[in-house]
Design a protein around this ligand. Structure first.
Ligand code: ADE
Length: 422
């Protein structure tokens, strides 16, 4: 084909090749471009030039393609996080860059999941707003999709255990899989830095519901105000019922997604803008219809259903039991459930039919809802859909279901911080 080109076309091809690859081709300045038909030597020289140009261009293209593929691969791996959770024996936490493998016994591999990534440079840490034995929550300003917003960033401390790492990664997985709902604390993004995982969630300006309820005990904080206004709380019956309704809506969403929370309590509810209650702390949540806990750990005994205490069985119906206890916490303005009783007494008395009494300020209808949640047989407890509807109806009735008026000999429900730590 090349040999059949007329002489002028040959000069043109060579001129192009020369101008394209002038730097790459060591063509001697004295070398003249002659008619390719003139000698066999010339033809060979031209073929050699074209060959070397083609090889050079091909090599450059292959190198560029390889570079592109490597970059693309690195970029997408950054968004993947492998985590193994649940009832198996091996725990693997694996970042795209930097791997933390905690092996116990072999078990099948689970699917990695992707999370919305946050760049380290886009997180500006402010104050510590929560602290546990092995973790911290820090208020931060983050930039997400170019927008600055408040966030609470959760991180583990250096000495966190294998279980803490697993629960923490599990929380990220649950948040990713749950999707968005108004009555849960939603995930904003996660960031991996120096082998540590940081989870950014929505910031709730009023903190956790338990402290919020306790702070509203105005007879303790400002007795003059309380007597002047004849009220035991800065919160109204309507606001208290609204908290319960918000949590029920969030739990309805969770149960529809077949997620079990396993630690539903006022301390794990956060109060957001417009006093909206949002379910948080998904560290123990499991996306399983029935979860049988196999390992020992701290147990929220006072919030646990009978079957969870006796057989370590957790279902949405055991979450319903915990919701009943949470409803009691709301009505009692943050009282300690079964205050004055030990955990051992609970193990003994709950199966015998013992239940918490009706708080004096509580309407029969609200107490009846609590008692339905505490039915012995899990399947006789109402589903969250029904609980949510019931609370919405009560809110619409605008009756004082929780009486906050200061009556004679009014006393708040007892608080025993040591008893709450299971
Ligand atoms: N404490 C723990 N998590 C929080 C959050 N998301 N917002 C405010 N305070 C918190």
């Amino acid at each position: 084909l090349l040999a059949s080109l007329p002489g002028s076309d040959w000069s043109l091809v060579l001129m192009c090749v020369e101008s394209l690859c002038g730097v790459l081709l060591p063509v001697a300045p004295s070398m003249e471009i002659r008619n390719p038909h003139s000698t066999g030597m010339d033809q060979q020289l031209i073929l050699a030039i074209i060959g070397s140009v083609s090889v050079t261009c091909f090599t450059i293209i292959v190198a560029l393609l390889a570079l592109f593929c490597i970059k693309k691969n690195l970029f997408s791996r950054k968004r993947m996080f492998t985590y193994q959770s649940g009832s198996g024996e091996e725990t693997i936490l694996q970042f795209s860059s930097g791997t933390l493998t905690l092996t116990r016994r072999p078990r099948p591999q689970t699917e990695p999941f992707s999370y919305p990534i946050l760049e380290w440079a886009d997180i500006k840490f402010e104050d510590v707003i929560g602290e546990g034995n092995f973790g911290q929550v820090i208020k931060a300003i983050i930039k997400k999709d170019g927008v600055r917003m408040n966030a609470a960033v959760k991180m583990l401390k250096e000495f966190a255990s294998e279980n803490d790492h697993r629960d923490f990664a599990g929380e990220l997985e649950v948040l990713c899989k749950l999707g968005h709902h108004q009555n849960i604390i939603n995930l904003l993004g996660a960031c991996e830095n120096r082998g540590y995982l940081y989870i950014a969630i929505e910031y709730a300006p009023y903190g956790n519901l338990l402290d919020f309820l306790r702070k509203s005990r105005v007879l303790e904080t400002d007795p003059v105000f309380a007597k002047e206004h004849g009220t035991a709380s800065t919160l109204t019956s309507q606001q208290l019922l609204q908290f319960a309704s918000d949590v029920a809506k969030g739990m309805q969403y969770l149960s529809e997604k077949q997620f079990i929370h396993r630690d539903l309590a006022a301390r794990n509810i956060l109060v957001g803008e417009n006093l909206e209650a949002k379910i948080a702390d998904f560290g123990l949540s499991r996306g399983e219809e029935v979860y049988v806990k196999k390992t020992m750990g701290r147990l929220p005994v006072r919030w646990m259903a009978i079957e969870s205490l006796n057989y370590s069985v957790y279902t949405t119906k055991s979450d319903v039991w915990s919701f009943g206890v949470l409803l009691w916490e709301i009505v009692s303005l943050g009282g300690t459930p079964y205050c004055g009783m030990t955990c051992a007494e609970l193990y003994e008395k709950l199966p015998q039919g013992y239940r918490m009494e009706k708080p004096r300020n509580c309407d029969d209808e609200v107490y009846d809802l609590m008692r339905q949640c505490w039915r012995d047989r899990p399947y006789e407890r109402p589903p969250f859909t029904q609980i949510s509807l019931h609370l919405i109806r009560m809110l619409e009735a605008r009756k004082a279901y929780v009486n906050m008026a200061l009556f004679e000999n009014f006393t708040y429900a007892g608080i025993d911080a040591t008893a709450e730590e299971a």
